[in-house]
Design a protein around this ligand. Structure first.
Ligand SMILES: [Mg+2]
Length: 411
């Protein structure tokens, strides 16, 4: 028995769980109001303020076809008896912290992915708590006994496969997907079900004749790189079940980064408005990066939706501190991840992964041979000149045309 477990530990380098709370907001409400138990119910926004949409429906309501982001009147038509509860985000945040506290009893290596889910690295914990499935059962019962909330758990050797596994059985499911199961369980899935793939990427892959995750895994890697750049490489790797990324705190918290975010005065549903907000944030991030002389290689954006679900996505670029580059990359990521069904409540941009030990040489050398480089220098000098004027006369003196056109979306 012991020998067998040792072998398991050796061949499976890591053991990673994705713990995903089921119908989180409405389950939180039910945990403090047992009258909701067994009845169709949902947390829904107040139409007078932000949005008249369903933020989270319980499984009884889902049986009638009620879904997240559906309009309240639509939900009432499908399920006339539905009980609607106004959102109490303070309470959900408190519950979320309590869930994370329970998880931290099992391992200190936790990465929260959103308010209702987290990865937890349990490598080396099997001798303490038992087999992965046994540990998952313990965690599931521990959370239910203490908080009255159910979860689903995906088990694997990396973050990507654990996330994919967690989607398989809901509610209260425990699913294992190891590297050797990828072919059978992951490859037949349509690409839209691959974690991280948005509508744009789906369309582009479809146009290349790629429809399933298996198609990605079995296509020529160079073809993907040609079409998507570095991201193509990542797609190929993930589709083959390979993800070496560590379970760690969110990048913006543990590494040096410059970021800005803004909660919108009202939810945004169109991408053009979202881009205007991103441009304003990119201006601020760029100005700060130039002030310190930091050029970053990674641009990330954060999107928080009306239901408080939050995603962070990033892209690598040539080191830069130019507003233009930061904005362009951020807008690309936004397009990749735009979801027309979900109103957006908050947007953020960050730049990180700064050139190590990079100290800007001043005055700038004039000897730049390549035209591209020369243009970049010109662009850098222009943006710095703008920064100077702004610091003298205030930020409002110089604005990009796109921002002047429409200021109503930013505070
Ligand atoms: Mg979730």
């Amino acid at each position: 028995m012991l020998v067998l477990m040792d072998k398991t530990e050796k061949t499976r380098k890591r053991i990673i769980f994705l713990v995903d709370m089921n119908a989180f907001f409405i389950s939180c409400e039910t945990s403090r109001n047992p009258e909701l138990k067994g009845k169709a119910a949902a947390v829904a926004g107040d139409p007078k303020y932000r949005s008249g949409i369903i933020l989270a429906a319980n499984y009884e309501a889902r049986k009638f076809g009620v879904k997240t982001t559906m309009l309240i009147h639509e939900a009432k038509r499908l399920c006339p008896g539905i009980i609607l509860v106004p959102p109490d985000h303070k309470f959900y945040n408190k519950k979320s912290r309590e869930v994370m506290e329970i998880l931290s009893k099992y391992s200190p290596v936790i990465q929260q992915n959103s308010i209702d889910e987290a990865w937890i690295d349990l490598t080396g914990c099997t001798s303490l708590f038992g087999k992965p499935v046994e540990i998952a059962k313990k965690i599931m019962n521990d959370i239910y006994d203490n908080l009255g909330l159910w979860c689903s758990i995906g088990i694997s050797e990396n973050k990507f496969l654990a996330k994919m596994a967690s989607e398989f059985r809901k509610p209260m499911g425990i699913t294992e997907i190891w590297a050797e199961d990828v072919k059978e369980k992951i490859w037949p899935l349509p690409i839209r079900q691959m974690y991280g793939i948005g509508k744009k990427t789906e369309e582009k892959l479809n146009s290349m004749g790629i429809y399933t995750i298996g198609d990605i895994a079995n296509t020529n890697r160079n073809l993907l790189v040609k079409a998507f750049g570095k991201y193509g490489d990542e797609l190929y790797r993930l589709a083959n079940g390979i993800d070496p990324s560590p379970v760690s705190e969110l990048p913006q918290r543990c590494s040096k980064s410059i970021s800005r975010s803004t909660t919108l005065p009202r939810d945004i549903v169109d991408i053009e408005s979202a881009k205007i907000v991103l441009l304003k944030l990119a201006e601020e991030v760029g100005a700060e990066a130039r002030r310190y002389g930091y050029k970053g290689r990674t641009v990330s954006i954060t999107i928080k939706y009306g239901d408080f679900h939050t995603i962070t996505r990033q892209k690598s670029i040539q080191p830069t501190y130019l507003t233009k580059d930061i904005y362009k990359t951020a807008a690309e990521i936004l397009e990749e991840n735009w979801n027309t069904r979900c109103p957006v409540r908050l947007l953020g941009i960050g730049i990180s992964n700064f050139d190590e030990g990079y100290v800007e040489q001043l005055p700038l050398l004039d000897f730049v041979k390549e035209t591209g480089e020369h243009d970049r220098k010109k662009e850098e000098n222009l943006e710095k000149a703008i920064d100077k004027i702004r610091s003298k006369f205030g930020t409002d003196k110089i604005k990009r045309a796109l921002i002047i056109e429409d200021e109503k979306f930013t505070e």
